[in-house]
Structures are given as C-alpha cells and as structure tokens.
Ligand binder design. Structure first.
Ligand code: AKG
Length: 326
C-alpha cells in the first residue's frame, strides 16, 4: 500500500479497529487488481528434479524457470568469455547509461565461440528440452550474445502475419516446435535481471493488443533470473527484458523439434540475416552437435544450393508458415 495512504489513515482514522479493517480492505483491493496474484503463471524446476508432466505443463504456461542449471564455476567462465568477446566490463555500463551508447550485440556469438558451446550442450537443459518438445531437441542456432543491450519492448519472436487461408492451421501446428533459452550472467554481487511476460499469450496468437503492453502493466509477470538459471520459453509468448539498470550480459539460444517448419526457420535465419552477421552453424560445431544428437537433419540441406532453389520454387506457391523476424 502506498506510504501516503498509510499516513493518511494513521492520522485521520481514530479507531484502531477501524484503522485495521480499512488497511486490510485496501490491501485486498490492491491484490484483486492484479489478475495473476492468485494464479500460477509459469513453471519452476530445480536442476535434477524429476520431470513428470513437463510437456503438458509447458504447453499450458509457455515458460519455465530452470533453477541452478549452470554450475557457478561455468558462469564465471562464460562471463569472462562474454566480457572479452565484447571488450566490455561492468564499468562500461556507465558509458551506456550516461552517453546513451548502444551496447554490444553479436548474432551467432555462441556458435562462433567454442568456449560457449558447453552452454548449448548443457545436459540438464537438454534433458528438460527433451521433455518439453516430446522428442530429442535439435539446436536451431539463432543465438545472440548481448552486453548492456537495453531490452526490447514487449514482443513475440514471430511476425504477426495477415490471416490468409490455411494460415491459422499451419501456425497452430508450428506453435510448439521451437523453444528459446535465455541467460543473464551477472557479475557476482550484482542484482539479477528480470524477464517479463504476458501469461498465456502464446495460446492467444491473434491478440496483437499485447504489443502495446507497458512494463508496469498489471497483466505482466516478472521473473528474477539468477546467473545460474535458465529461462525456457515459447517464442510466441509476449515477452521483454526489464529496462537496463546495471551491467547486463545476456545469451539467447534456440532449439526445435526436427520438422519442416524448423528447417524453414533455420533457412530464414541463414539467408535472411544482415550482411556481416553469420547465422550458419559453424562446421566444427556441427560435428559436436551430431555427436550429442542435437544436429537438425536439414542443416546441411538448408545450406545447400539445392534447398535454396527448391525454396524459391516453393515460394511461388502460396505458403503460409509463421515467419521468424529475428
Ligand atoms: O533484452 C532482453 O533482456 C530480452 C531479449 C529478448 O526478448 C529477445 O531478444 O527476444
């Protein structure tokens, strides 16, 4: 309850009993105004926990917090690598804050940095993803390393497309094929970052009103993400990171079921990326992924000229895949 309201009640309501009733009533009204106060809105698991029902539960919530997925010593190594990759350290945050400089973003930063591959291969995360997807997960790439990047406003990681014929079915079919993981490796002693989302929005595909959500909206739930934690989420979920308020070291990865849709997503990321960025899975990483059964069958095909030609031919027919915008 607001401090000023508390003071007002203290000064102007003489009876102790009346004061307490009024305070309780106001507290309850405040709780009622937040639709998520009494509802479970995401899944939480601890590393190593038994995983019954995770597949169904993830479909329902579209988001899961996996606690202590990354050993603390690995967090230190990843943080060191990200700092050297970006050339930025905690002190550089002040530059961003004071001079409004944009932070560092490296698309493909994980696939191109061997020291970060253990993050992709993390057995605990892979075990949970297997349950979520209902089959062995494949690595989709689409990774980003970001330092001191101010967060996007609320968004889905898919484009909102016109509702053409057959589109609804295709999109619904692909709705659970891709999952993303996000990490915030803060330096020791720094506050953890928070990840915000609109509960159940991954099931409400045509509700575009959520795009205008404010960070203070009561429709949003915020999750604290410690450096050892991993957030797994459905990219259709409306989400955002919190505003930059300290040094921020973020990594995003994507995994998928091995389907035509995910090949399409990989294709788009390889051929649709900005010049100078590489979203191809590095050749040596392909070998490592293949060893761990994490390599998509279509990766080689997608990168070949044959796929490119067939793809162009397909595009002459009406095709309505949900498309990835990032
Ligand atoms: O910047 C963040 O913390 C979140 C990033 C994000 O939502 C995204 O890249 O899709």
């Amino acid at each position: 309850m607001n401090h000023k309201v508390k003071q007002f009640i203290k000064v102007f309501v003489p009876s102790r009993i009346l004061r307490s009733t009024l305070t309780q009533r106001l507290k309850r009204t405040k709780l009622k105004s937040n639709p998520w106060t009494y509802e479970q809105t995401f899944l939480t698991l601890s590393s190593g926990e038994a995983l019954s029902n995770v597949h169904e539960q993830f479909r329902k919530y579209g988001i899961l917090k996996l606690k202590n997925a990354i050993p603390a010593s690995d967090v230190e190594d990843f943080l060191r690598l990200i700092k050297s990759l970006s050339g930025l350290d905690d002190d550089d945050y002040e530059l961003v804050r004071r001079h409004r400089k944009r932070g560092f973003s490296m698309v493909g930063g994980v696939t191109q940095t061997e020291g970060l591959w253990p993050l992709i291969l993390n057995p605990e995360i892979v075990r949970v993803l297997h349950k979520i997807l209902g089959e062995p997960p494949k690595y989709l790439g689409r990774d980003t390393v970001g330092v001191n990047l101010d967060a996007y406003s609320f968004h889905r990681d898919v484009q909102e497309q016109p509702r053409d014929a057959g589109y609804t079915e295709l999109r619904a079919e692909a709705q659970f094929d891709v999952v993303k993981t996000i990490f915030y490796f803060q330096s020791p002693g720094r506050m953890s970052y928070r990840f915000g989302f609109k509960p159940y929005s991954h099931l409400d595909l045509f509700n575009t009103a959520t795009r205008t959500l404010s960070r203070r909206s009561k429709d949003v739930v915020w999750i604290d993400v410690a450096p050892e934690d991993c957030i797994v989420f459905n990219p259709f979920l409306v989400h955002a990171g919190e505003k930059l308020r300290g040094p921020k070291y973020m990594v995003i990865l994507s995994y998928c079921r091995d389907t035509e849709f995910s090949s399409e997503v990989y294709y788009r990321s390889v051929y649709g990326c900005v010049v100078g960025q590489s979203r191809k899975i590095a050749p040596r990483l392909k070998v490592v992924l293949s060893d761990k059964n994490l390599l998509m069958r279509a990766v080689g095909d997608v990168e070949s000229e044959r796929y490119f030609k067939e793809k162009l031919a397909r595009e002459n027919r009406p095709l309505s895949y949900a498309s990835y915008n990032k």
